[in-house]
Design a protein around this ligand. Sequence first.
Ligand code: GN1
Ligand code: MG
Length: 369
Amino acid sequence: MSATVELEPGIADGLRHAWGIGIHANCTSLGHGLINRTLLVADGDRRCVLQRINTNVFPDPALLMRNYRAVTAHLARQHAGGRYAYSTLELVPTSNGDAAAVLPDGSWWRLYNYVADTCTFNTADHPATALEAGRGFGAFAAALSGLDASGIGEVIPHFHDPERRFAAFRKALADDRMGRAADAAQTCAAALAYADVLPHWRSLLARGLPRRITHNDCKLNNLLFDAVGRAICVIDLDTVMPGSVLFDFGDMCRTMLSPVPEDSTDLARVGVRHDYFAALARGYVEGSGDMLTPLERDNLVFGARLIVGVIGLRFLTDYLDGDRYFRTTHPGHNLERARNQLALYAALTAQQDALQALVPASPCADERA
Ligand code: GN1
Ligand code: MG
């Protein structure tokens, strides 16, 4: 059970006005997000999830909330029509009917339903979890394929763009503003190997890799499970925007193939479990129905390399830059995360062909070149 979090009086007042959250409400920290602040609010019998949006990371919170509304409304319609079997987050509007409350200090807050009797996992402990997660995120992607993309803005432009992430890393390394590059020399050398993925990425774009509305943060812990291990609800919809299924599949691989979490320093254990990959790929192909084109399906493992590498670069860039982006709990935390992810990237690279051979040949949508 997490400790009670005391809200500053100005914030508590603002939240009372916006949603009638009582002064006796009990707030505790929830989840493992590295960006937003998330609290579980228990107010009498009412339980809700309260989030403060990190406006350094999401500079246009109004756009973010418009997306959020469009996505949750679309998923709710799909669910009601029997086309999407999973639950959806439901925003609780403020007393003015707004999707979020902007408090006098400029902070942005939102409230949504708490999905009771569910839990999250940071790593998968059984291939059945990977199968279930693959199906859940696959169904989510398929459900979003019917959403009018013109209503969804890019909340963080170029979020998973490998070229830009690589360039940002090289700049941080050259600037070395905190004088940390020497400590991290070996990790930086490993990160430079990421240049290997760029030509193939460019070729996929040139060959018409579909741009779709994707989740863009498909970590295992962004899926709620019930007590018997069934996937119930996809959460953390902040980064839903135009992207590629390779990004989503990559994040799933990132958080389910290795037996240890992304910040484990036990690098000897970082690796790829083939039985988990087979289960995940099967689940994703099944869950997404006939959505995947052959180009997408044939590059799912490449997507894992792409995203694991991107996140390794982002952690390392943040370390070199003074830990200004990701929440850390101790000095060197981002460097530890980077080492872990770059070790996973190397394992995926070495095993790419064997893994891709495990992707089931599904009924694929026709190639749309
Ligand atoms: C961040 O806050 P959280 O944990 O949902 C990040 C993701 C990273 C992840 C690494 C907006 O997500 O891209 O994969 O940390 N989100 C943003 O754990 O940068
Ligand atoms: Mg997130």
